[in-house]
Design a protein around this ligand. Structure first.
Ligand code: ATP
Length: 320
């Protein structure tokens, strides 16, 4: 393999830069030319491609976002769009492609693989919503960002004797809410995977107050389908405790990647390149039981995510 390409696609995640760096440096180390494709599949269709060198990935391992930029591209979902992309790959002589993104991006990669381009997917999304891997790049950093926010909210919550709902990202996957809730000592954790009862949430708040607790944090994943502000009003009405809502939003996507995410991204980037060198295609890389693994994309995408019920139970036990 003489030339490979790398792109980031879907939502950005801290650590994507570390993964790009690893792909570029591992490629060059193995005498492979590495082309950087800008703005995901958009750049692929439009030929926004430049050769990367050792310096183009210097000083980026610690930076959030993605130097290649990212995008969502509707055109790539069409046969026509993908034909254009395949043509561009041919023109640039790109024989292998590393796609850094989430499940949607992997579906796109799978289609390219079926069309004869060797593709490898690296999981880059803060949601941690891919079943085949224990961690996606960006999740750990997002978790720490949320934890930092909770710590600050806790200070003001205690000073005023308020309850605080903290809404975090996770449309279908409550991992950020769950683990930040555990690490931040939240009173209640509300996730899309588990039914919740507002009566339970209120009872906990009242019990906490009666034993002199000054602050209360309720972690809420955005995917539960309700409105955080309405929930706050309802809790306030039932308990009589002033309840504030903080929606953390895109702050969770930014920031310097944590050590964990940089290490994970570096290992996965290098693994993706070695798979391409071995002639592999249509595979994704990830981490299972602290080991770097690779798996068929189709198989990975068809796996059903297992929600961590044990940890969820633990958040309940520890917040009595
Ligand atoms: P995140 O988890 O951050 O949302 P993602 O990779 O799942 O990341 P999507 O918006 O679902 O984000 O997908 C990113 C891009 O992948 C899409 O904009 C599109 O270009 C491509 N893609 C998604 N689904 C398909 C599909 N079925 N066929 C071809 N390409 C697809």
């Amino acid at each position: 393999m003489k030339t490979i390409g790398v792109l980031t696609s879907g939502g950005d995640a801290p650590g994507m830069n570390a993964a790009i760096r690893a792909v570029v440096r591992a490629g060059i180390y193995n005498n492979i030319k590495v082309m950087g494709i800008e703005r995901g599949y958009n750049g692929l269709i439009n030929g926004n491609i430049k050769e990367m060198n050792l310096s183009s990935v210097a000083d980026i391992i610690h930076r959030g976002g993605t130097v290649l930029k990212t995008a969502r591209c509707e055109e790539f979902k069409t046969e026509e769009g993908r034909k254009k992309a395949l043509n561009v790959l041919k023109v640039f002589g790109i024989e292998g492609l590393v796609v850094i993104g989430g499940d949607g991006s992997f579906t796109g990669a799978q289609k390219l693989s079926e069309a004869g381009i060797k593709t490898i997917g690296i999981p880059g999304t803060i949601d941690n919503d891919l079943a085949y891997t224990d961690y996606t790049i960006g999740f750990d950093t997002a978790l720490n960002t949320v934890l930092d926010a909770i710590t600050k909210i806790r200070d003001t919550s205690a000073s005023h004797g308020r309850a605080n709902i903290v809404e975090v990202m996770g449309r279908h996957c409550g991992d950020i809410a769950l683990y930040a809730g555990l690490a931040g000592g939240a009173e209640s954790v509300i996730v899309p995977e588990e039914e919740f009862s507002i009566d339970d949430v209120c009872r906990k708040l009242i019990q906490g107050r009666s034993r002199g607790k000054l602050h209360s944090i309720i972690m809420l994943a955005e995917g539960i389908g309700g409105n955080a502000f309405e929930l706050g009003k309802e809790i306030e009405e039932v308990t009589g405790i002033e309840t504030k809502v903080t929606v953390l939003g895109h702050i969770q996507r930014g920031g310097n990647p944590s050590a964990f995410d940089r290490i994970l991204a570096s290992k996965l980037g290098a693994k993706a390149v070695s798979l391409l060198i071995e002639g592999k295609s249509g595979r994704v890389v990830g981490m299972k039981d602290h080991k770097i693994i690779d798996m068929d994309i189709h198989e990975a995408l068809s796996m059903e995510r297992q929600f961590d019920k044990e940890t969820y139970k633990l958040t309940k036990i520890l917040s009595i």
